[in-house]
Design a protein around this ligand. Structure first.
Ligand code: SF4
Length: 278
């Protein structure tokens, strides 16, 4: 059988039958590319929504947070590499259907308080079909959907998901394609995702992790802020501190003073700028 192309993210992997994509979450099966991680839950926790981080949407409430495995980026500073950089068979998981997960979210809501479901931990959009199907079930039970994503997905995927998402935190990890070349992503696609989510009325917040020597110049955060301002100056920006992780264990944490100074630079353009991990 000939190759099939995946149209989920800008990588557009071309896969022979049975092959796994770069994200390790999708595979070619029966002449099309499907989510191999569909319903495979590796992580499940009731988190404060502020932990996503989302600061201006139902503050003080909790949300059932789920993750699978796989990611289409290769950030050397990944904070969740045990699941994001794993593939099928490399990490324990439990298979859950969308309706089962939505029922669990409702049970947790009744027993402990819960807004709905947050799709997070690994990159949710490499398994966007599960997000879509679960989000519909969650909505039908009167609860909310929250997406935490790198935003590096094709327009068609965001077009399907955006109307189902009530709030999102999207990483805008750096100011340029040059930065995204370092982590294996597509800057324009991420910007498009942020704009599309905002335009459908989703509550959007953005996170930028400050990595020393990579995106810690004032001009870097000014360019990130300028893009967000062009969408809306009301969009909250989380400027967060890097700690050594994954393939950057030898690096130093971002100085706290740098994070605070860059947050002040962002405040020249944006009304709601927060600092994180400080
Ligand atoms: S989602 Fe995965 S399989 Fe599809 S193009 Fe992106 S990296 Fe490749």
């Amino acid at each position: 059988m000939s190759e099939v192309a995946c149209d989920t993210c800008p990588r557009h992997c071309r896969l022979n039958e049975g092959a796994i994509g770069f994200c390790r979450a999708r595979k070619a099966e029966g002449g099309r590319v499907v989510a191999a991680n569909y319903g495979c839950i590796t992580s499940l926790a009731l988190d404060p929504i502020e932990k996503k981080p989302i600061a201006f949407f139902h503050p003080g409430e909790n949300i059932l947070s789920v993750g699978s495995f796989g990611c289409n980026l290769r950030c050397p500073f990944c904070q969740n590499d045990s699941i994001s950089q794993s593939g099928l068979g490399e990490v324990p998981y439990q298979v859950v259907s969308p309706s089962e997960l939505a029922d669990l979210a409702l049970k947790v809501k009744r027993e402990r308080g819960n807004l709905g479901v947050a799709y997070t931990y690994n990159e949710p959009l490499v398994g966007w079909e599960f997000v879509r199907d679960t989000a519909k079930e969650v909505r039908s039970r009167g609860m909310l959907n929250v997406l935490v994503s790198n935003g590096c997905a094709e327009e068609s995927v965001i077009g399907e998901i955006a109307p189902l998402v009530d709030a999102a935190n999207i990483d805008l990890k750096g100011p340029s394609q040059e930065y995204y070349d370092w982590i294996g992503g597509d800057f324009a696609a991420v910007c498009r995702t942020i704009r599309m989510l905002h335009e459908v009325g989703c509550h959007v917040e953005v996170t930028t992790l400050i990595v020393p020597g990579r995106n810690d110049k004032e001009s870097d955060i000014d360019e990130v802020s300028a893009f967000i301002e062009s969408v809306s100056p009301e969009i909250p920006l989380h400027v967060t501190r890097f700690f050594p992780r994954y393939n950057m264990m030898g690096a130093h944490p971002t100085p706290i003073a740098t994070v605070f100074r860059l947050a002040d630079v962002a405040r020249r353009r944006l009304r709601r700028v927060l600092t994180g991990n400080c």
